[in-house]
Design a protein around this ligand. Structure first.
Ligand code: CP
Length: 324
């Protein structure tokens, strides 16, 4: 398949133009239809993707690995503790060597202040595309799947209201990459975005500033509020999810204490009733059921979380087919 994007890295969706992203969504829709019809799509025969996971995963690992199988290629799961990274091998040597063997390197590295820098260091020396499977700053593949899901449900996305709301989930401190990629990309596709969080849970200032600039350029609204309900009122789509107060504190115990401070920031039936009649509930998963969201909502008729998770497969197949 001819592709102008062959060899391109995908570290953040912000680096890709709308035209490039539209090419990806069009191919994702084709690949989704082909799979539904049982048509094989061997676009990457005999090609190999290396997947380096510094952090745990269910959806990302399995959708990339399955996606490569469906494209006629092969994906290899790599854990840094079983690689020479654990003995200090640097990003350059890892990038150079894997580039001699295969056609793509995908990395998940969510440590705050480290992950994105590592991905960029690998990309600087890789001779094959580097794909971000989530870092401390961005989760671009998740947001591709989220946008495809919204477009499938609504058709034209211009003028829709998307509420992105922080929720309380005190099991562990989650990265800020999902809300950051959401506020960056959704305004570019014409959605008005309301971002709600308690003051300690602000996102990286440069990302909030870039999101504002993206919204201004697209002629849509981007607002930040400290009231949970603002994300739901009159909304078409809500994505309520937890993240850590990483911009405020890197101390885990302090972070967990701050998360416990706001137990009422939970998506429930009453909050969902504040939105438009057709309001849909999305979550990238895993969700902390009972804390972030009630079972009634996540298992209810407004929830599209499994469509959203499925779309990870289709957008990532398109991404790999276009770049590798
Ligand atoms: N949404 C997401 O990235 O899921 P995993 O952490 O299971 O990969």
């Amino acid at each position: 398949m001819e592709s102008k994007l062959r060899g391109s890295h995908f570290i953040t969706e912000q680096d890709w133009t709308i035209e490039e992203l539209e090419t990806l969504f069009a191919l994702a829709a084709d690949l989704k239809a082909a799979r539904a019809e049982g048509r094989p799509t061997p676009l990457l025969p005999a090609k190999t993707l290396y997947m380096i996971f510094f952090d745990a995963s269910t959806r990302t690992r399995n959708s990339f690995e399955t996606g490569m199988t469906q494209l006629g290629g092969h994906a290899i799961y790599l854990s840094p503790d079983r690689m020479q990274i654990s003995h200090g091998e640097n990003a350059r040597d890892t990038a150079k060597v894997l580039s001699r063997y295969g056609e793509g390197i995908a990395i998940r590295h969510c440590a705050f202040g480290e992950g994105n820098a590592y991905l960029r260091a690998v990309a600087a020396d890789a001779e094959v595309p580097v794909i971000n499977m989530q870092c401390d700053v961005y989760h671009p593949c998740q947001i591709l799947a989220d946008y495809l899901t919204i477009r499938e449900k609504f058709g034209n996305t211009r003028g829709l209201k998307l509420g992105v709301a922080w929720t309380s989930a005190p099991n562990y401190v989650r990265p800020v990459s999902v809300p950051q990629s959401l506020i960056l990309m959704m305004p570019r596709f014409g959605l008005n975005v309301t971002l709600a969080y308690p003051p300690e849970f602000r996102l990286m200032p440069e990302i909030e500033a870039q999101a504002k600039a993206n919204a201004k350029a697209a002629g849509v609204r981007f607002e930040i509020t400290h009231r949970f309900e603002d994300a739901f009122e009159d909304a078409d789509v809500v994505i309520p999810k937890s993240w850590g107060p990483l911009v405020t504190t890197r101390n885990t115990a302090e972070g967990l204490r701050l998360i416990e401070k706001y137990p009422t920031w939970r998506c429930d039936r009453e909050r969902m009733a504040l939105g438009k009649k057709h309001l849909i509930y999305m979550h990238p998963l895993p969700a902390d059921r009972g804390r972030e969201v009630t079972d009634e909502v996540i298992d209810g008729p407004q929830s599209v979380v499994y469509d959203e998770a499925e779309n990870r497969l289709h957008v990532q197949k398109a991404l790999m087919a276009l770049t590798m």
